[in-house]
Design a protein around this ligand. Sequence first.
Ligand code: G6P
Length: 360
Amino acid sequence: EAAQKNGFDTYMLKEINEQPHVIQETLRGRIFEHSIVLDELKDVDFNKFNKVYYVACGTAYHAGLCGASILERATRLPVLTQVASEFRYNDPIIDEKTLCIFVSQSGETADTLAALKLANEKGCTTIAVTNVLGSTISREAQHTLYTCAGPEIAVASTKAYTTQLVLLTLIALYIADKRGDTVDTDLMEQLNNLPEYVSKLIDDEAIFENYAKTLKDKHDCYFIGRSLDYASVLEGALKLKEVSYVHADAYIAGELKHGPIALIEPGTVVIAVATQPHVAAKTISNIQETIARGAEVILFTVEGQEVSGVENIYYLPNINPLLQSVLVAIPLQLIAYHTACIKGCDVDKPRNLAKSVTVE
Ligand code: G6P
């Protein structure tokens, strides 16, 4: 087992460190002369759709939220994201003009599989994004694309999530191109630089370990963000609760004033993500409201963003905002990881959780 961990103490830390490489693998051969190559989808007529659904569970659902937002912006098609256990029981309005994209690391999650079968029955076009070759979901979907994360052993998903984000971004750009929408070539180029940026973030592990020390004696932690950053904080909060058992909730920063701000008292930890330029200043002003009530804030924003009155700020590189979810995932994973380690938790096998949930 020690050999399989490749010198790391845990699978989770090993898998976090593999991200530059597996992101590179997921991108390999996909971008060629300013166009996206996804031969798995070459037979799909993307012009026939009037609606798109992303369906998934857990971490894959958070990746779906990001993919959906990128696709909606690129195509202006109405895009919805639903948790699989809701989708299948909600009598969704879907037909042959609906494209349904199912995201699942294992390709075996019962609710996602059932949702996929429903979409197939209703005549939708179905695409699976999965990490496991030959998995049930890969076989049931009409079209399948694989993330190249390699086997993910730790229960808490890390490298599968970031590779899902990358593949979903490629899919969104591919669909936009096929529908005749203008595709941001700058974004395509920046995708290729992701492994390098991710690697630099992992080099800053000691900073994130230090942030984790703030959390070790806390019972609660609140995450806030807007727009794409909301999906990132949902995943950050999930990671923290999964491995460290610190109660963590994620809120849309604009919703703080409608309830969650009542929870803030001196010493409450708030982790804020503000990487989206059109709303970053709004989130930062929400942070100041929490600081005024005694919160200890850790802020992730981008280089060049104006901030005042926040003590702990980590500046992410100022790359295309649509790619920031991949970057901020790394510090949030490392904060969760180190909080769990400091507390002596079994990070690779958290209590009550399974890697793949094949029951309903
Ligand atoms: C379980 C795992 C999560 C995962 C979720 C969905 O709850 O513990 O890490 O995100 O299932 O799994 P899937 O294999 O469908 O992505």
